[in-house]
Design a protein around this ligand. Structure first.
Ligand code: ADP
Length: 295
């Protein structure tokens, strides 16, 4: 079952055009929606999750019209929003059981089995009698996934999930998502390139409400091979280089600034060719250097 987004636009009352003709085809598996803060990711996620309507365009999940058939969509949907409140004095097991009732799992044995299975999958079984207020950020996120997975959703939407997780929690959380990608459409929105490169077989980049790149991450990296060059620069040199060449990113390494530039041929003796990664693809796309629309 694919998720088909066609020509979706949204302008908020304050005049901000958060989505501008977004079209995407999202197959089962892990799909990454990558973009900077303010790009329109949450607006798109909330629209797909039936929490707000687009001004224009259509969204279909298999044969379901997501915008018109909200109840049918919700029955197949798991949504993990950017931030969610939890009842701090309730235990993980009690709250998940409560959500299972709301989800319509009314038979006691089936409910107990579903809750146990989800707490085990999310590695929270040993903490099932702990109060949610004592959970770390990573544990809260995993609990959010357990809630999102109740009712075996066919579409799972995860908005900026790894912000604030420590490296160990992040890996554990991404592994959990990846397992989920085996059986559902999983749409992961993030501004963290590594989340996408570690996990996703398909991705899109969104910028100012528009899709500026839709790609297979490996093929996209292959596509910029031979076009990314780097050199160490002083602030003055950086300013001069920027006048001639598209500098796609700068980063500090051992106290020095390393600039990456996009160039189809050798930009000069001080530069060396680098093995590109998905960050180079992302920053090149953001600068409008990959064709298919510029920001
Ligand atoms: P992202 O999730 O990529 O950070 P958002 O979808 O939250 O992006 O926001 C896209 C743009 O829409 C931003 O400019 C944001 O300020 C604006 N925006 C988001 N929600 C609202 C709202 N409810 N009312 C007005 N403007 C909004």
């Amino acid at each position: 079952m694919d998720l088909e987004i066609r020509g979706v636009s949204k302008t908020y009352r304050n005049g901000v055009r958060a989505l501008d003709g977004v079209s995407l085809t999202i197959p089962p598996g892990m799909y990454g929606l990558l973009g900077p803060n303010g790009a329109g990711k949450s607006t798109l996620m909330r629209t797909i999750a039936t929490l707000q309507d687009p001004d224009e365009g259509s969204i279909r999940l298999g044969d379901i019209d997501v915008v018109a058939q909200k109840e049918r969509t919700r029955a197949l949907l798991g949504y993990l929003p950017q931030e969610f409140g939890l009842y701090p004095r309730v235990t993980a097991e009690a709250l998940l059981t409560h959500f299972a009732v709301l989800e319509g799992i009314s038979e006691r044995g089936a409910r107990r089995d579903a809750v146990e299975s989800l707490l085990r999958q999310t590695n929270l079984w040993d903490q099932r009698t702990s109060k949610l207020g004592t959970f770390s950020g990573g544990m809260r996120q995993r609990f959010g996934i357990a809630v999102a997975l109740l009712g075996d959703p066919k579409l799972v939407i995860v908005d900026e999930p790894t912000a604030g997780l420590d490296p160990v929690e992040r890996v554990r959380f991404l592994n959990l998502l990846s397992a989920l990608g085996q059986r559902a459409v999983v749409l992961l929105s993030t501004h963290i390139v590594e989340d996408v490169s570690d996990l996703c077989t398909r991705m899109a980049v969104i910028h100012e409400g528009r899709i500026i790149l839709e790609a297979d991450p490996l093929a996209a990296v292959e596509g910029v091979k031979g076009r990314i060059w780097q050199r160490t620069v002083t602030p003055d040199e950086l300013q001069r280089i920027e006048e001639d060449l598209p500098v796609i990113s700068t980063r500090l390494f051992a106290g020095k600034t390393i600039a990456h530039v996009f160039a189809t041929s050798d930009p000069g003796p001080e530069f060396e060719a680098v093995q590109p990664d998905l960050k180079d693809v992302y920053f090149s796309a953001m600068k409008g250097l990959l064709g298919g629309g510029s920001p």
